[in-house]
Each structure stands twice: as structure tokens, then as C-alpha cells.
Design a protein around this ligand. Structure first.
Ligand SMILES: [Zn+2]
Length: 494
């Protein structure tokens, strides 16, 4: 957790920003002494759930609480709770204490009266991470809690908390911080910290924080050492974000009609180490801005549709094992849906073709993993033989097509470079094609098909050659389909 965030954590209910519906309700409960035994705080990360839990625990126990239900913040009890030394405030991180043992221990210890405070308060963070058995144990405690015990459960994923637990709790939903409140907090704290930022830099941080106060202050802390009067462009560099130009180019390609240009662009971004999800998020921010600035209803509608689709992409990658693959697929599909297929553009790849050695290494590692070192030896000792490629290629493609159409599309776009009694060497146009080919399932299928057709056990090797001609003259649509198929491949195959 960043030092700035810790330093500016609210110490009173009145200092909490953007969660008035919760502070008012808790203050009112304290004033009326209507205290529940269990509370459930749900909401996005960085919106102050744990902070609120501590404030509430403090106000519950402070003997000199004010008439507006604020803790005095001066007495020994307040001080103890503030510096984390109060033994009766027990914080449990369910992400690292998920099990039944922790909950059993909790059940035993909860029976003892608080040592020095009025209430024993259990704050269980990320409660959705508990195992099923642990939830059951917790439920038993919630069903018959001792009078002195109060639970505050916090979660970012309410849907993973069992209904039986939810129904025992008073529930509060935390809101994401609005851009305006992030903005005002950032201006306020930057001033106190003597960090000078231009207005567009503040805006950029507020956007990047994505509704989280914690993230906003963490970013602020991370840029504070980089000099004064920082602007948005400098900030982008410091934070490793793509420049305005890159985002503008991405937008141009997404609304354009040239899937291959988009594929090439995305491939270059990946090679440059860009995180595509960051780019799409920024694309969304840009689209949002254009929607609000635009006067033409048709453009507004068009951009809104595009924004919706990009937001769906972001939603989808949250649970994806290969977020970049999903992003490339979906962005290309956007081009397809809005485009009239034109002539195939010539790919201008300025980046050098990746060396084959990487893949060879991967290959050997793989073979060693399978402990079939014999195959490695036979590969190196085997002489290459002339190709009998035509007969082999057709039957080989057919064999793959019967098993997996997406993989067939990928292999069909490849070129047969070499066929010996021990190996099959293919050339593909893009690096991500070879990456897909080398995923265990795909590779296995290709090698089995090749071995079956050829009659000898073959090992697959692959080279990336951006200048290869595809097996068949492909229309823009065909190339696009292949690219989309290749990215869908992992999902289809797994
Ligand atoms: Zn106090």
C-alpha cells in the first residue's frame, strides 16, 4: 500500500468521500445504538471498505463518541485502534487465511469477552475467498454470535459469497469513486504533498484510477519523484502508457476497413511490450470523451456502439487466460463487422523477423519434458530429404481439418519449408501463429496428423517469416478469418 494512501486515510466519517449513503447509515445506527452483529461491505477494490470497517470499529468502541457518532480520536482506545495495537479488533485476510482451521480458531476465541474494548470486532477482508468448509464454520458463528462480537465482512466479489452468509448480514454497497471526486481528492492531496501537476495530468490519473481512491493515490505517489509541473504526456511515459498518437492510430484502425493493418499494428504493440488491455482502456476513455464533446448525433451513436463493444472486450478479459488473444480477436471482429472487404494490403513489417532459435529452444525443452531425448538425438543426426510435399500437404491438411477447423485454417496459411523422416518445418506469417501452433494441444494434433500421413514420428518446428506467401491467394476477408480463427483457437481447443 502506498505511503500517501496510508497518510491520507480518513480518520473520521466526515472525511470519507463518495460513500455518504454508508457513513450516514452507520452514524445513525451508532446514534440509536442499533448495532447489528454482522455487516457486509461489498464493492470495487480501493473504494474504502477496510477503511470504513476500521472507522466503524473505532466509533463502536470509543467511550467519548461525539453526538454525530464520530470517535473522539484522542482517547487511548482510539489511539490503540488507530495504530493497530488493539487486541480486540481482529483483522483477517481471507485471501491468505482461507481455511477451516482459521474459522475454527475464530469460533473458539470469539467466546472470550473483549480484553479492553466494549466490542470484539472481526474484520474479514476478501471474505469470498474462504473455502466452503470455512464458510460453514463462519455461518455457525453468525447464527449465534456472542453479544460482544461484531463482524464486518468485506468483499470485491459479492456473487461468490453464499446467500446464507449474506442473509445474516446488514449489507452496504460501496460505490466506485466518480471522476469528479477523484479529481478533487487528487488536487487536494497533491497540494498538501507539494506535487505540481498540470490539469490534464490530474485528469489522466483520475481516469487511470478507474474508480479507486487507492489506485489514484498510488499513482500520485509513484509520479511524485519525477520532478515538478508534470503534464499528461510525461506522465504517460513515466507510467509506461501508450502515447496519444498510438491510441489515435488504434482508433483509426478499429474504425477502418483494413484488418491486416490492425493485426500488424497490434502485433507490433505486443512486441514492444505494450499491455493491450491498457490500450483498450485508453481507447474507451477516448471514445467516452468524444461522445461528450461531439455534436453530430450519428457520430455519437457510432462511437457509443464502439465504446460498448470495447467495454465488452474489457469485461470478457477479466476471466480470460489469454487476455491479449481475446483483445486481438475482438478488435479484428470489429473491423470485420464495419468493413467492406477490399484488396489485401501488403504487410510492411519493419521489425526484424524473430529468430528461429527461440522456438527451437522451446522445442527442445518440450521434448525433454516428455523425456523422449531419443527424438532430439534423431533430429540432429537425421539428414534432410527432398520434399514429397504435394501429396503429403493435402492429406495432412485434410487430417487436421477433420479434427479442428480453426487449427486447419492456421496450418493452411503456413508454408511447408522442410519435411524429413523426423521433422516437419513450417513457416508462418506472424509470431502469434507460431505461438498458437506450439500450444500443447495444437502441437500434439499437428504432430500426430503429420506422423500419421507420413508414416514416421515427426516433430514440429516452426519459423516466422513475415514475407511468406499464403498457400492460396486470400482475400482480405480470408486473411482476417484466419487471424480471428488463430486467436479463437486456444478457446476452441481447450
Ligand atoms: Zn476515542
Amino acid at each position: 500500500m502506498s505511503a500517501i494512501y496510508r497518510r491520507y486515510r480518513p480518520t473520521q466519517f466526515t472525511e470519507v468521500i463518495g460513500q455518504d449513503h454508508i457513513t450516514k447509515s452507520l452514524q445513525s445506527a451508532l446514534q440509536k445504538e442499533m448495532i447489528a452483529h454482522a455487516y457486509l461491505f461489498s464493492g470495487p477494490r480501493g473504494t474504502g471498505k477496510t477503511t470504513m470497517a476500521r472507522l466503524f470499529a473505532k466509533a463502536l468502541n470509543c467511550p467519548k463518541r461525539t453526538s454525530s457518532a464520530e470517535a473522539c480520536d484522542k482517547c487511548t482506545i482510539c489511539q490503540e485502534i488507530k495504530n493497530g495495537s488493539a487486541v480486540d479488533i481482529i483483522e483477517i485476510d481471507a485471501a491468505s487465511n482461507r481455511g477451516i482451521d482459521e474459522m475454527r480458531e475464530l469460533r473458539e476465541r470469539i467466546l472470550f469477552s473483549p480484553t479492553s474494548l466494549k466490542y470484539k470486532v472481526y474484520i474479514i477482508d476478501e471474505v469470498h475467498m474462504l473455502t466452503k468448509e470455512a464458510f460453514n464454520a463462519l455461518l455457525k458463528t453468525l447464527e449465534e454470535p456472542p453479544a460482544h462480537a461484531i463482524f464486518i465482512l468485506a468483499t470485491t466479489e459479492l456473487h461468490k459469497v453464499p446467500d446464507t452468509i449474506i442473509s445474516r448480514c446488514q449489507r452496504f454497497q460501496f460505490h466506485r469513486a466518480s471522476i469528479e471526486s477523484l479529481h478533487s481528492v487528487l488536487i487536494d492531496i497533491a497540494k498538501k504533498e507539494k506535487i505540481t501537476l498540470t490539469n490534464d495530468a490530474i485528469e489522466l490519473i483520475a481516469e487511470r484510477a478507474d474508480g479507486s481512491f487507492r489506485d489514484a493515490l498510488t499513482i500520485l505517489g509513484s509520479v511524485s519523484a519525477h520532478g515538478s509541473n508534470l503534464g499528461a504526456e510525461q506522465l504517460r511515459e513515466i507510467l509506461g502508457l501508450p502515447s496519444e498518437q498510438v491510441i489515435a492510430k488504434l482508433l483509426e484502425l478499429v474504425i477502418g476497413q483494413d484488418p491486416l493493418a490492425l493485426a500488424t499494428f497490434l502485433q507490433k504493440q505486443l512486441r514492444d511490450g505494450q499491455d493491450l488491455s491498457v490500450m483498450v482502456r485508453q481507447l474507451c476513455d477516448r471514445l467516452k470523451a468524444t461522445i461528450f464533446d461531439e455534436k453530430d448525433p450519428a457520430v455519437i451513436q457510432k462511437n457509443a456502439t464502439l465504446l460498448e463493444q470495447c467495454l465488452l472486450v474489457l469485461a470478457r478479459i477479466r476471466v480470460a487466460t489469454d487476455p491479449n488473444g481475446i483483445i486481438v480477436t475482438r478488435l479484428l471482429a470489429l473491423v470485420k463487422s464495419g468493413a467492406v472487404p477490399g484488396p489485401v494490403p501488403v504487410v510492411q513489417t519493419n521489425t526484424p523477423t524473430p529468430k528461429v532459435t527461440d522456438l527451437t529452444k522451446k522445442e527442445n525443452e518440450f521434448v525433454n519434458d516428455q523425456s523422449s531425448t531419443q527424438s532430439v538425438d534423431s533430429v540432429s543426426s537425421q539428414e534432410s530429404q527432398p520434399l514429397e510435399s504435394k501429396d503429403f500437404w493435402g492429406a495432412f491438411l485434410l487430417e487436421i481439418k477433420q479434427h479442428n477447423h480453426a487449427l486447419y485454417m492456421l496450418v493452411r496459411s503456413a508454408k511447408l519449408l522442410e519435411l524429413t523422416d523426423s521433422k516437419l518445418v513450417l513457416a508462418v506469417k506472424f509470431r502469434f501463429y507460431s505461438e498458437r501452433l506450439f500450444e500443447t494441444k495444437n502441437r500434439k494434433l499437428v504432430e500426430e496428423a503429420a506422423s500419421k500421413v507420413h508414416g514416421k514420428r515427426l516433430i514440429l518446428e516452426c519459423q516466422v517469416k513475415s514475407d511468406i506467401e499464403e498457400a492460396k491467394p486470400a482475400s482480405g476477408e480470408d486473411v482476417m478469418n484466419t487471424v480471428v480463427d488463430v486467436f479463437e483457437l486456444e478457446e476452441v481447443a481447450s
